[in-house]
Design a binder for this molecule. Sequence first.
Ligand code: NAD
Length: 407
Amino acid sequence: MTNAAKAGLDRRQFLKQFTGATTLVAATGEVLAKAPEVLPPIWKQTSERKIRIGIVGGRFGCSFQWHEHPNCTVAAVSDLIPKRCQALQQRYGCAKAYESLEKLVLDPSIDAVGVFTDAPSHAKHVLLCMDHGKHVISAVPACMDLEQAQAMKAKKEATGLKYMMAETTYYRRHTMMARRLHRDGAFGNLIYCEAEYYHPWPSGSGERHHLAFYNGKRTWRYGLPPMLYPTHSTGFLVGVTGERLTKVSCVGHRPPGDEMYGEDKNVYRNPFDSGMGMFLTDRSHPFRCNVSWGIKAHGERAQWFGDKGAMYCAASGGQPTNIIIPGKRMRSLPNFWEALPPPLRHASGHGGSHTFITHEFIDALVEDREPAIDIYEALAYTVPGIVAHQSSFKDGEQLAIPQFDPA
Ligand SMILES: NC(=O)c1ccc[n+]([C@@H]2O[C@H](COP(=O)([O-])OP(=O)(O)OC[C@H]3O[C@@H](n4cnc5c(N)ncnc54)[C@H](O)[C@@H]3O)[C@@H](O)[C@H]2O)c1
């Protein structure tokens, strides 16, 4: 059943959520008369069930709203670092704490685990949770190599447990709007998309110190290959159209003289601070997708170009949000908050996405359905970057991207 059908959502209710909706409809007519399948449904409580979740990782893991969701209880928390564990307890009002994820998964009262640990540990931690019968939501990326991707797919299919990747791009308002416009045909044929994630932390900057070191020791971010962190970019296309990236040619940038990047300078043997990838999709669409820790620009954004319409996310260079569809321009977006339980209808991290991620995972467990960013979607966002990184060592040679969809 579609989201719209589940919600019993009528068109007028849906349109109330959109700024300028009346004129939008008049302008695009038939296009927007179709059922808005991709709209998150207007929330209605259908169950009193409480999912008992354990949250692991006391930095990013503190930024969700598990304690506010009417169908969720934070049953336990964990971080290897005591003060981060305490931060989780305080944030979620949770009395029970474990010294590690490895201890937390032994608790039989826990239904699901939120894995907000370091990126290189995600695959290992997700597999561990599933081995103990727990559903899992994991921070991005899903994994760091193709063997891990295969193992995660196999484990999910063998256990039938739910997996969700907490991709913030998917629930940015721009992405939600782009999904809706695409599904309703407002772009026409979506010919081309450009997406980018720019987060500069150049040598000598406070941001590099903050991200790459903790207590004087290197963190997992030290020398991190940008294309092993691709999901904030790939999510803008895969998360909007559902298409798959099948080929990539990626050119990497080697910053001269930087102490952090070089094949002998970090655990990843990574010389690149930026990756500019040109992908091809299974629908023969070109997709330009960049990730950079070096260039002087900021943000996660995309622009989508069809033969009838286009949409531009706001950019740090001054480009405003702009939607140009037949006969109409729009510069503002709705917040879609009616899709959420009332306690979650407020601003949240990464473009308002955290409340939606919280709700989607809990709602999927309550309704016993796969979450929107399930294992197949998560790998479709993550694996293309792994192959793009390989391409950049071959001066941009075009490589085929293996697919991890159901057989
Ligand atoms: N927009 C986004 O989607 C977004 C934003 C920020 C971070 N992230 C992701 O979230 C994750 C966490 O980011 P962060 O900045 O908080 O990382 P971090 O390295 O600062 O924190 C990770 C925490 O996990 C804890 N940990 C690791 N192994 C553990 C174990 N076995 N048991 C208990 N605790 C354990 C560590 O002690 C550490 O405090 C990363 O994977 C990052 O990629 C995503």
